[in-house]
Design a binder for this molecule. Structure first.
Ligand SMILES: C[S@@+](CC[C@H](N)C(=O)[O-])C[C@H]1O[C@@H](n2cnc3c(N)ncnc32)[C@H](O)[C@@H]1O
Length: 465
């Protein structure tokens, strides 16, 4: 088999017969595939005609790689060949490559062909055509053709058009800095709001916070909050997370720790009911404008699970199996934006970015083994290690981290120890007091932690801003 170095050195000799032999369609398929895959950048004098017979090869992988290499030449003279190829090709990968190759020519002559493929059945072929046509977006015919896709059933096509046409038309430059992005209102820094979360949220200005990490109440599985129905519970969470979306800065993260819960049976004649909270809340979040980013699984040790196996262990009869639950879900969302994460990072000065780097070893998979934690006052705290990972992975030093269901203040504690600010809401006075105790032990805070009522928060916000 030829090495990459040999291929590169042959590319420097456009006159040599080497490629004529090496790219002959009758050649061994493995060798052809390897050569086509390793051709790399093609020099301007490369004889693209040698690739044309391979477009009719019986092996679709060879056809795909051949068309990809023709595309590298960006030469209009292959337009007819590629157009015929796309029209007759049955392999979807090869067809996509053909449209991409036609697009790369950036030729006016390609416009009718690319426009034709806007009605293809393969959304990826359409996207390739859209991308290529955007180069000619000043052309009124192209504009009309692209606008006809605004209501296309495929979400990626709709989103791509919206970001490419609307955002750029409105002058929204993806590279521009927003000086307010790293900042947050002083009145909200290191504050525990002692109030109902929905009332508290109403007072918080738009785009004030950088990250939310929270673990909401567990429906009616514990005794501190009783909802009329599961639907009412989900409606409540949806309303809270919609407001959280409003107060979150552009493109920033929301991390939600939940797990399915069991509401115990009323009597032995009934069965217990299991509610799949993470799965039921997920579509509500994406509808609210949170973009799904990652599903992390928090794995607890086996001993941490309530044993649901007793009966099955004895009888071993099918259908009676119940898994002990050793995981919780840590779902990661981002406030939907057309801006890339790089844009968010660029909002910070180099010193802050450097100081916030996650150094040393870190978990590379979405399975996080962390022991659960307990607290002498609060019955359902999450472990500081869990919060520490979230805070380090999804915020910068100096950011404001929000927990709408603050409990004993774990998020606040971790925010302070990682040189971030916190904002917590908690309605139960005993947990507020516990959080205040936990947070005042910590000496890292420049701004001393304060407990504020709604009235106090209101006057702070008016005074300071
Ligand atoms: C699962 S606990 C959070 C525990 C927290 N992560 C910790 O580590 O301590 C949920 C908290 O939400 C609080 N909560 C429930 N409903 C609330 C509401 N409407 N407004 C404010 N807090 C509420 C509960 O009192 C409880 O402390």
């Amino acid at each position: 088999m030829l090495t990459k170095a040999q291929i590169d050195s042959e590319k420097l000799n456009p006159g040599s017969p080497f490629f004529k032999n090496a790219l002959a369609p009758t050649r061994d398929e493995t060798k052809l595939l390897s050569l086509l895959d390793n051709l790399g950048k093609l020099p301007s004098g490369f004889n693209g005609e040698l690739l044309v017979p391979l477009l009719a090869h019986a092996n679709p992988k060879i056809r795909t790689l051949a068309v990809k290499n023709v595309g590298k030449l960006k030469n209009e003279k292959f337009l007819t060949e590629l157009s015929k190829f796309a029209a007759n090709e049955s392999n979807t990968f090869a067809r996509r490559e053909a449209i991409s190759a036609i697009g790369r020519m950036r030729s006016q002559k390609a416009i009718p062909i690319l426009t034709y493929y806007l009605t293809d059945t393969d959304p990826k072929v359409i996207l390739q055509s859209v991308r290529a046509l955007l180069y000619f977006k000043e052309n009124p015919q192209v504009q009309t053709a692209l606008n006809s896709l605004r209501e296309h059933p495929n979400e990626l096509i709709r989103e791509h058009l919206a970001s490419e046409i609307d955002q750029k038309k409105s002058g929204r430059q993806t590279g521009k800095k927003d000086p307010h992005h790293p900042a947050s209102p002083d009145a909200l820094k290191n504050v525990i709001i002692h109030a109902d979360v929905q009332e508290s949220l109403k007072m918080i200005p738009d785009e004030s916070i950088h990250l939310t990490f929270t673990s909401p109440p567990y429906y009616n599985a514990r005794d501190y909050t009783i909802y009329q129905s599961y639907e009412a519970y989900l409606d409540f969470l949806t309303a809270v997370f919609k407001e959280t979306h409003r107060i979150t800065k552009e493109g920033r993260f929301f991390v939600l720790n939940t797990s399915p819960v069991i509401v115990p049976r009323i009597s032995r004649a009934h069965s217990s009911k299991r509610y799949a909270i993470p799965y039921d809340i997920h579509p509500r979040l994406t509808d609210t404008g949170w973009e799904f980013i990652d599903d992390i699984v928090w794995r607890k040790p086996d001993y941490a699970a309530k044993n649901r196996n007793g009966g099955f262990f004895q009888h071993r009869k099918p259908l009676g199996y119940k898994a002990n639950s050793v995981t919780e879900s840590v779902m990661v969302y981002r406030k939907k934006t057309d801006r890339l994460i790089d844009w968010n990072i660029r909002q910070y000065d180099d010193e802050t970015v450097d100081a916030s780097r996650v150094m040393g070893d870190y978990e590379k998979t979405n399975l996080w083994h962390i022991n659960p934690a307990t607290d002498k006052v609060h019955p359902a705290v999450f472990p500081p290690e869990l919060a520490a990972r979230v805070v380090q992975f999804y915020s910068f030093k100096g950011d404001l981290i929000f927990d709408p269901f603050g409990g004993s203040g774990t998020v606040g504690y971790v925010a302070l120890t990682h040189e971030r600010y916190f904002l917590l809401c908690e309605k139960e006075i005993e947990y507020v007091e516990r959080a205040n105790q936990v947070l005042n032990v910590n000496l890292f805070a420049h701004t001393k932690p304060r407990v504020l009522s709604l009235i106090e928060l209101k006057s702070e916000l008016t005074e300071r801003n």
